[in-house]
Design a protein. Structure first.
Lengths: 131, 894
């Protein structure tokens, strides 16, 4: 397994925890803490998977998701949404907007890894299919 | 030879027939069945009261004395009816539209409902009519005595005749003239009796004429030959007098109260006038046709010895034609009685409406002029007036003692009422005519007429003060009626006519030009002059099917289809008419008005019905009443409006409350979401790092130490958050125990700064204070106040983005309060976020990573509210500035 992950999360401690977990599992993790500049980071990093927090300073994760899906280059990019707002409606909104997966904070590290692996595999399949 | 008793019996029988006809007519009219009553012929016949006993008998006398001059009396009305038809029609229309009751009412209405003018015209009319009524009584008495002369009865009995006739006529008039007060109501019984009398009158004259031409002479040719040689045709011909008399007679038919009564008041259908326009002149022609032959034959029989005024009676009587004579007697009786009845009716209306009632109202207080008590008074006034008018006539008759001077009284009376003409014509044709003008004209004409003609005639009749009249008052010659202005007049009537009417007209025009009409006058002037713009023609009951339709349509609109339908149906059944449309009889109209009044008000209902029924335009009084009602309705609707705006306000308040509730619910959701986020965020770190530590896959010591530290910090963060939440919940909703006591403001600040510094431990924020100003003793909960200060200081520590952050704490004493301001030198809070800073979980964008859940300011504000003060954000150009306000009661000695 392996590949590049862009982690967009404003909470420093959470950023650190996820980065640690995923790095140890073999992923190349790039952290980014600001919603307003997130799209630029996606373009710069060109990740295989994006982990996107919903509540970001500057710009909401949902808006970023919508923009990513609207752009052809990132329309099929696997995106895992993270949210601390535990309401069902948030989950629905995220999936409607095209999130590939969705995790509610707090989550178990195992769940995170499983989900990321699934997204990475899908990405790999895409790459083979296109490539 | 018919005995006197027999004659009386015939008279009584004749009168009984008249009563019968009148009763029948009243009954039929009430049932709405009197078709013949509504015919133009009846109308025309009723107009024939113009030909009184004076003309019935006197025309022959006049022919004997003055030749064909008597024709002028018929010529005037004929010219008016043919040439001035438009004027008559306008008068009838105005009369109906304005619901005019008499000539006095007409003048008064036109000139702004002037009571004085009405009284003046009434007095003038009564003065003019009294000798005229005396003349009628005289003629009846005279004819009685002529008829009875051959019998065994002497003068004393005939003297009694007059009073019996007068009393009988009063009774008849009272019975058929004052059945109801309604000014709109006509008198069908009275009119039909008069119509019958008109037929008898004409038949009698024609019968005598036929007898004279074919019975005495040998047909028309012989008659013409006899006329050629008769002295009747030898009489001179005076052009000026002819012209004058023609004008006078034409005027009389317009102005005589009794003529106005039958012409205008009793008119039931405007179209009848068209028939009368030719039929009435025809009637006059027929009645005057045999005057000259009768005069010629009378002269042949009696020479100059006999009384030519009685030739009509004495010619058949002398020639043994008793039956014919009886018919003539009845004709004369008819002519006299019909005139007296209508004159009494018309004058009594005027007297009661314009003199008695105003006086009665003057001396008593009554609020409702048409109800109960008042109706009885009005009815009584009218009945008394009838009696009074006839008593006056009888008194004048007795006073004059049947003098020959009565013969002139007809023309004198004509000239008296002719004084009304300028004001009448001017009122109908000229909007500029004013009350002042009318009063001046009528008053002056009246005075001149009375002085030049009436008083001399009365004086001559009564045999009093002839010397004063001959010499003029105080010996002033030119004031003498015999020689007015020093004129040696050969014809006092013509002189008086020219003088009185001339001065009258001149003063009327001058007075009108020089005075300004009041608003009511203006309005009435327009209503009169432009009556056709304001009214619809009046059609009689029979022509009224469309009218009933209109009424039903209107009633449906007001009452609703069901109620209107039932009302009309019931009325139609009561009248015995099929089809559901009743005759618009007065009774029915009154009922309809009453029903509608409940919905739209009495005045409006009356106006609406009148519009359809009479084509009546609405009088000013009606208009004012309608305006009153409208005002009430507007008042009511404005109340409704107020109520509905209250409702609207309530609805708005409800909507507002609902919106508030929705907003609260939304806020609750948002709050829960926020709490969830704030709780889950530290938990996420804690869980993630603890799972890492729990894993078999080891981490190095440094990492473990770091991760443990993070777990610890996040636990503290969770605890703080929970503390804050509980604190806020208690402050917002719970019972807060304040530990109030004396404290120095400076001490509280010291504590807060220490806590904030210790807590954050950076100490990089410079705090500028003014110890002197802080030396204020306050009464407060020092711990809570310190909590607020700590929050403000730590906010500055967290958010002040200046190179060298500074926080200035300024204390100011204001009247009734102490203000503590915390100002930093950072970039401040963006304007769009200022409104949110006191909201829960609100954090500036720059607060990223800073500890705290954004509850600090919300808590602080709650605390200050509890302490009776306040916490506000003070907008400023530089940095963040919060103002803590401590209330007056917190103050102790400084």
């Amino acid at each position: 397994m392996g590949g590049r992950i862009l982690l967009i999360e404003d909470e420093g401690n959470i950023l650190e925890a996820i980065t640690f977990i995923l790095s140890r599992a073999g992923w190349d993790v790039h952290g980014h803490g600001n919603g307003a500049t997130a799209l630029g980071a996606v373009a710069r990093v060109a990740p295989d998977v994006v982990v996107l927090d919903v509540m970001l300073p500057g710009r909401s994760g949902l808006e970023i998701l919508r923009d990513l899906r609207a752009a052809p280059a990132t329309a099929d990019l696997p995106i895992l949404m993270l949210t601390a707002r535990g309401q069902a409606r948030d989950r629905e909104t995220a999936l409607e907007l095209g999130a590939t997966a969705y995790l509610t904070k707090p989550f178990s590290n195992a769940d995170l890894l499983t989900t990321i692996d699934r997204l990475g595999a899908a990405r790999a399949g895409q790459a083979r299919g296109t490539g | 030879m018919l005995s006197f008793d027999g004659l009386v019996a015939v008279c009584v029988l004749y009168v009984a027939i008249l009563f019968g006809i009148a009763f029948l007519a009243e009954k039929r009219a009430t049932e709405g069945k009197a078709r013949w009553l509504n015919s133009p012929i009846t109308y025309t016949l009723s107009l024939s009261i113009y030909t009184t006993a004076w003309t019935f008998y006197g025309a022959v006398g006049s022919a004997v004395r003055n030749g064909l001059e008597f024709l002028t009396i018929y010529l005037g009305p004929t010219l008016v009816f043919i040439g001035w038809f438009w004027l008559l029609r306008k008068m009838v229309r105005i009369g109906r539209a304005q619901r005019i009751t008499s000539i006095a009412d007409m003048i008064s209405s036109r000139y702004g409902k002037s009571g004085g003018l009405a009284a003046l015209v009434t007095v003038l009319s009564v003065l003019g009519a009294t000798p005229y009524i005396a003349l009628q009584l005289q003629s009846v008495t005279l004819s009685f005595s002529v008829f009875a002369r051959p019998g065994a009865f002497g003068a004393p009995d005939t003297e009694q005749t007059a009073i019996w006739v007068a009393a009988g006529l009063a009774l008849f008039t009272i019975i058929f003239g004052t059945r109801s007060l309604d000014v709109n109501e006509r008198h069908p019984g009275l009119v039909s009796a008069i119509a019958l009398e008109a037929i008898v009158k004409l038949a009698a004259i024609l019968a005598v004429g036929v007898f004279v031409v074919w019975g005495v002479a040998d047909g028309p040719a012989d008659m013409l030959a006899r006329i050629e040689t008769s002295p009747v045709t030898q009489a001179g011909w005076n052009g000026a007098r002819w012209l004058g008399l023609t004008v006078l007679a034409g005027t009389a038919i317009l102005c005589l109260p009794r003529m106005f009564q039958v012409l205008v008041v009793e008119n039931s259908d405007e179209r009848h006038l068209a028939t009368a326009a030719w039929a009435f002149p025809l009637y006059l022609l027929l009645i005057s046709l045999f005057v000259v032959p009768i005069a010629v034959v009378g002269l042949e029989i009696y020479g100059t010895e006999g009384n030519p005024d009685l030739f009509v009676l004495t010619v058949p009587l002398g020639l043994g034609q008793e039956g014919l004579a009886l018919l003539v007697f009845l004709g004369g009786f008819s002519a006299a009685t019909s005139m007296v009845i209508v004159a009494a009716l018309a004058l009594s209306t005027m007297l009661s409406n314009h003199i008695i009632m105003p006086l009665w109202l003057q001396f008593t207080r009554h609020d409702d002029p048409m109800s109960g008590d008042m109706r009885r008074v009005a009815l009584m006034a009218r009945r008394l007036s009838i009696g009074g008018v006839l008593f006056l006539g009888y008194g004048y008759y007795r006073l004059s003692g049947g003098a020959d001077a009565l013969a002139d009284i007809g023309l004198i009376a004509f000239l008296g009422v002719a004084q009304i003409l300028p004001a009448l014509l001017g009122g109908i044709l000229w909007r500029g005519a004013t009350r002042i003008g009318a009063a001046l004209g009528i008053g002056a004409g009246f005075a001149i007429w009375a002085w030049l003609l009436l008083i001399p005639n009365v004086a001559e009749t009564g045999g009093i003060i002839p010397t004063v009249l001959a010499a003029g008052p105080f010996g002033i010659g030119w004031l003498s009626p015999a020689t007015p202005l020093g004129l040696q007049s050969t014809d006092p009537l013509l002189t008086a006519m020219v003088l009185s009417l001339g001065v009258n007209t001149l003063l009327f025009i001058l007075g009108s030009l020089l005075s300004f009409p009041g608003p009511l006058e203006r309005l009435q002037g327009a209503q009169f002059v432009n009556v056709y713009d304001h009214s619809r023609p009046l059609y009689g009951w029979q022509g009224a099917v469309g009218m009933a339709d209109d009424l039903l349509i209107m009633a449906q609109r007001i009452l609703g289809a069901g109620r209107a339908g039932r009302l009309f149906q019931t009325a139609a059944e009561a009248q015995g008419r099929a089809g559901g449309l009743p005759e618009p009889t007065p009774d029915f109209l009154e009922r309809l008005e009453r029903e509608m009044a409940g919905s739209v008000g009495a005045a409006t209902a009356h106006a609406m019905v009148a519009q359809i029924i009479g084509g009546a335009s609405v009088s000013v009084r009606d208009l004012l009443a309608v305006a009153d009602e409208t005002a009430q309705i507007m008042e009511y609707s404005s109340q409704l409006e107020a109520k509905s705006s209250e409702l609207a306000q309530t609805a708005a308040r409800l909507r507002e409350a609902n919106a508030k509730l929705t907003e609260l619910s939304r806020q609750k959701d948002a709050f829960l979401g926020q709490i969830s986020h704030e709780l889950r965020t530290p938990m996420t770190s804690i869980r993630a790092f603890s799972e890492i530590l729990m894993q078999a896959d080891p981490v190095d010591d440094a990492a473990r130490a770091r991760f443990s530290r993070i777990i610890h910090d996040e636990s503290l963060r969770l605890t703080r958050l929970l503390d804050d939440l509980l604190d806020l919940a208690v402050l917002e909703h719970g019972r807060v125990t304040l530990h109030e006591g004396e404290a120095m403001l400076g001490d509280v600040l010291d504590r807060a700064i220490r806590s904030a510094g210790a807590q954050v431990g950076t100490g990089r924020l410079a705090i500028l204070r003014d110890p002197a100003a802080e030396a204020v003793t306050i009464w407060t909960d020092a711990d809570r106040l310190a909590q607020v200060f700590i929050n403000l200081i730590s906010n500055a520590q967290k958010y002040c983005d200046a190179e060298t952050p500074e926080l200035t704490i300024a204390v100011r004493q204001r009247p009734g309060r102490v203000e503590v301001e915390f100002s930093d030198n950072g970039s401040g809070i963006p304007a769009r976020q200022r409104a949110l800073i006191f909201e829960k979980f609100a954090r500036a964008d720059t607060a990223k990573g800073a500890p705290g859940a954004g509850l600090g300011l919300a808590i602080s504000r709650e605390i200050m509210a509890r302490l009776g003060g306040g916490l506000t954000y003070v907008p400023s150009d530089s940095g963040v500035r919060f103002r803590v306000r401590l209330p007056a009661r917190a103050l102790r000695a400084a």
